[in-house]
Design a protein around this ligand. Structure first.
Ligand code: C5P
Length: 368
């Protein structure tokens, strides 16, 4: 999966230098070392290229990072988060560059992981956007046990808990939003375009759509209106959205085509919204336009004002496609998560032991 935790990693990595080149592994390598990827390499490359802190992408990057690879792309350093990345045989895939002092580290984003997202999809949980009061007051057995079920999914048993993978709630802060934003007002002559939707699990369909919208005019300012969780759940039903509004906000903000995000946008677009943002055109993509709660077309006003256009993304990808892929691979994903936790726990303990030994050694040196 590619989620805003990855975007935050790339944001931090970019701050460590002046140019960021991202190596994307092949599907075969990921299957061998981590378990089956949700997106193909081609899809992952597209998503990574859409992230605003990325300058260049290298396909089929080797899993074991080599000095020759860094030299080939003229890189001073290789950067990775402060969790350990291991190969199938338990070797740290960054050991060579660490030993050569060509390695830099950034902080892993807590509160988001592929494991948690996959868990939400597999277990049809809604608790990531329902309030605890909703859940407490609900008598439904499903509601009561949702969070516990996701927790259990990520651990599978109580004896293995990785400090990196697993479920803990993402906590949105104003700082994070500021870090993800590129504050800029529309410039004179910019066409102001407004698009709206769920943008759940921000995927290649959204990117294709936003790319096409971005290409509509030479000078453009794209505002994305994100529907609230309650609204998305009204028209999509089931356990949607998979990502809550806070999470969807960061995913969309990390996209290079997006200038501004409305966090909790109205479903029906009225004159007030159009004049508030000075919108030149409202654009919708390839998906069906679903009626509002009154059974009416949410785009009636912009259509009447001749400020509405359909821009086909040419992509069939949707949130459902991602969930179907995960369900089809369910057993493999569960095995992957379990194996990953065990490996990470062992690596974490070994690292802690190594640090403790090092401290003991330095204390001994100081004393002698
Ligand atoms: O489905 P969602 O509300 O997330 O879509 C947001 C916008 O992206 C909509 O305009 C939708 O039509 C567009 N989209 C698209 N092609 C896709 C998926 C979404 O044009 N494959």
């Amino acid at each position: 999966m590619v989620h805003f935790g990855h975007a935050n990693a790339l944001r931090q990595a970019r701050q460590l230098g002046t140019k960021l080149i991202v190596g994307v592994h092949s599907d075969e390598d990921i299957s061998l070392h981590k378990g089956p990827p949700v997106f193909t390499m081609e899809e992952r490359v597209k998503i990574v290229k859409g992230i605003k802190w990325v300058d260049e992408v290298v396909e089929n990057a080797p899993y074991l990072v080599q000095i020759e690879t860094l030299d080939k792309y003229n890189c001073d350093f290789c950067a990775h988060g402060d969790d350990i990345s291991m190969m199938a045989d338990g070797i740290d895939s960054y050991q060579i560059v660490k030993d050569a002092n060509r390695y830099r580290e950034f902080k892993r984003t807590s509160g988001v992981s592929t494991t948690d997202l996959v868990g939400r999809m597999l277990l049809a949980t809604r608790s990531h956007f329902r309030t605890s009061r909703d859940l407490q007051s609900s008598t439904s057995e499903e509601d009561q046990t949702q969070r516990t079920r996701v927790d259990r999914f990520s651990r599978q048993d109580n004896t293995v808990t990785s400090p990196w993978t697993g479920v803990n709630q993402f906590l949105q802060t104003n700082n994070k939003i500021v870090q993800f934003s590129s504050p800029k007002d529309p410039s004179l002559g910019d066409k102001i375009l407004y698009v709206t939707g769920a943008f759940d699990l921000f995927h290649t369909g959204h990117l294709d759509f936003l790319e096409k919208v971005h290409a509509m005019y030479d000078s453009i300012y794209i505002i994305v209106g994100l529907h609230t969780d309650q609204e998305v759940n009204r028209y999509r039903g089931g356990n949607f959205p998979i990502m809550n509004l806070h999470e969807r906000t960061l995913s969309v903000l990390s996209c290079k085509f997006v200038s501004e995000v409305v966090i909790g946008a109205p479903y029906t677009i009225d004159k007030n919204l159009i004049s508030h943002f000075n919108v030149d055109m409202v654009v919708h993509g390839s998906t069906e336009v679903l009626p509002n709660e009154l059974g009416e077309d949410p785009y009636t006003v912009p259509k009447d004002l001749k400020k509405f256009e359909i821009k086909l993304s040419g992509s069939e990808m949707n949130t459902g496609t991602i969930i179907s892929r995960i369900i089809a691979n369910r057993q493999r994903f569960e095995d992957r998560n379990h194996a990953k936790e065990i490996k990470e726990k062992a690596a974490y303990e070994a690292e802690m032991k190594r640090r403790a030994e090092q401290t003991k050694y330095s204390i001994r040196k100081v004393i002698s």
